[in-house]
Write a protein that binds this ligand. Sequence first.
Ligand code: NI
Length: 227
Amino acid sequence: MLLVIPDVLTRAEVAACVADLTAATWGDGRVTAGLQSAPVKDNEQLAEGSPVARAWGDRVLDALGASELFVAAALPHRTFPPLFNRYAGGSSFGTHIDNAIRPVRGTSIKLRTDLSATLFLSDPDSYDGGELIVEGTSGGQSVKLPAGHLVLYPASSLHQVTRVTRGVRLACFFWVQSMVRDDGARALLFDLDRTIQRLAARDGLGDAEVVALTGIYHNLIRRWAES
Ligand code: NI
């Protein structure tokens, strides 16, 4: 399932974030790449733990924690501290898969990457190329979102970022370990949750069927969640 979460950051926050990122010191993106992905990765990244990455990463995670849509779709258990990357001057990231396990710097946590997230920070009209292409069973889906919007997709997908031939593409990216590991089970729970929300809006939270379905939702979480 590929899901867009709009307006994670406001226009003003995006502008402030871009100003901070523009003034920051960038390094080679290969530092966090795995053996297969390093040769096809050509971009720049902010150092993990840099003050700008930490401050804006925390802001992004706070916004997502308050997003009912994100929580319902990701059922997050752990989130990797967000990283920031920059593509310009013909850079790209060829087809690859993200590492399954990511140690979280400065902790003993090893996060299983169930979901990948990219928050677009540059106005799509300000650069050419830079589409995120996510491979799925029905072919590749191309994603290029307005600044401040985020896409969530299964980390089990092959994906790439096409060459940026004009302008600069700034983005924030990270991974989520979900309480529900299986993509299919998580997608069913998300569909059920959205349906319950619509029923509750129509018939009220106290409606007997809404209460019964909410019970089924939570009992499925009890059955499938790990923490
Ligand atoms: Ni990737």
